[in-house]
Design a protein around this ligand. Structure first.
Ligand SMILES: NC(=O)CC[C@H](N)C(=O)O
Length: 410
């Protein structure tokens, strides 16, 4: 099965990956484009027996209160049938009004069925079934309320699967529910992939042979699968690197990507890994091409002050401290680069996404750009570091610049 996730989220795709065994791909028309999204689904659905796209928020919730980038937008673009998952725990007859509303709000969408989630009892189920019967919308799944199935959440969403013992313990239970709670006879045809257009989402040829480290461990793992594919398609060899566990940065790297994640959760371990920090400082001095986003940017700062108020010194490259704040900064941002970096050119306007609780104590003296009206980010011909997450798949020029710069550095 190939899975996809609507929107810019990095955490839900990890659950899909853990279950399907294949990278889950983000479908985001704002960070990429409608053509990119269609090609991505077509290309990665080839040869699959089933395709599942998880939506984001409510069906019609898109950028800034519009429908742009919403699950409905993606469903319309792909002509995909929709399965409405409803939390029915506090409803009986009202469920019919909710389903009626979703079906009629935009009649060009195909609501193929509903899944009733958190049903309290058999009696509750009968009430819901009776309420929905006149609408003729099939009930394709029924899940009973079960506290033992709840997954733990924290800041930024669910606790990622690799950190969640609860999730790991649920494997067999979830498989059993999957087998027993759904009407597979009617669901299976809905999951069939549409005939794919054969074009890949990006069409690039190998550029140069470079070795790039990708920070990949429990502290850093916010990457779009397509970004990694694009780098490989351009000829990069990607070496997973762990600032948590590795004693040194590999010496043969020409570039390093430090993605987002949870450095604040692992700050004690990251700060205690002196030999890794030392080798990274040395590699940066030596001219390594470096791209850091959000959690990666925090790691490059003087240190992190955690939610609990503990301070842990880190790489110390930027003259600023990352404090965990009380407010979530979240949303799409448009930014115009004021500096040429290892990734973007001065004057270039990008669409990205911000998703963090931390904030920096000191803004950059020569900012990379303005984010939501504030000076933000650092960059020069060897480095790019910002809170802004970018989807390189939809913009191969960013990956090309990074690899070219890394090749020069090597
Ligand atoms: N998007 C990210 O990389 C998040 C970084 C960090 N966990 C924060 O909340 O600030």
């Amino acid at each position: 099965m190939q899975t996809f996730k609507v929107g810019p989220d990095y955490i839900d795709p990890l659950f899909h990956r853990a279950i399907s065994g294949r990278p889950c791909r983000n479908l985001d028309v704002i960070l990429t484009s409608p053509d990119y999204v269609s090609a991505c689904v077509g290309y990665h659905s080839q040869g699959m027996d089933a395709v599942l796209i998880e939506g984001v928020m409510g069906l019609f919730d898109g950028r800034g209160g519009s429908h742009e980038g919403s699950t409905a937008h993606i469903a319309q673009l792909l002509q995909a049938p929709i399965l409405l998952v409803l939390d029915v725990q506090k409803q009986a007859a009202s469920v019919a009004a909710v389903v009626y509303g979703f079906c009629h709000y935009n009649p060009s969408l195909e609501i193929a069925g509903v899944v009733l989630n958190r049903v309290a009892s058999d009696r509750h189920r009968q009430l819901l079934e009776a309420a929905l019967a006149p609408l003729g919308v099939p009930i394709l799944g029924v899940l009973y309320r079960d506290q033992a199935l709840a997954l733990p959440s924290r800041h930024l969403g669910l606790v990622p699967p690799q950190e969640s013992r609860e999730f790991q313990a649920l494997g067999d239970r979830l498989a059993h529910l999957g087998n027993t709670c759904f009407d597979w006879e009617r669901l299976t045809p809905l999951l069939a992939p549409a005939p794919p257009p054969p074009d890949p989402p990006f069409n690039v040829s190998p550029l140069t042979q470079v070795t790039i480290g990708i920070a990949q461990d429990a502290a850093f793992h916010f990457y779009y699968a397509d970004t990694l594919d694009l780098l490989r398609a351009l000829g990069a060899t990607l070496i997973p690197v762990s600032p948590l566990r590795d004693t040194h940065l590999p010496t043969d790297l020409q570039g390093l990507i430090l993605g987002g994640g949870f450095p604040e959760v692992f700050a004690p371990e990251l700060a205690a890994n002196h030999s890794f920090l030392g080798s990274l400082r040395q590699a940066i001095q030596g001219g390594l091409a470096l791209y850091a986003e959000c959690g990666g940017l925090m790691y490059l700062s003087q240190g992190i002050e955690t939610f609990e108020g503990h301070y842990y010194p880190l790489v110390g490259y930027w003259p600023t401290v990352a404090h965990m704040g009380k407010k979530l900064t979240l949303g799409y941002r448009q930014a115009t680069a004021l500096q040429t970096t290892v990734c973007v050119q001065a004057g270039e306007t990008v669409q990205g996404h911000e998703f963090h609780y931390s904030c920096l104590s000191v803004p950059p003296a020569r900012p990379l750009w303005q984010l939501a009206g504030e000076p933000e980010g650092w960059g020069n011909s060897r480095i790019h570091a910002s809170y802004l997450h970018l989807h390189w798949g939809g913009h191969p020029q960013w990956a090309i610049r990074f690899l070219q710069q890394a090749a020069r550095a090597g």
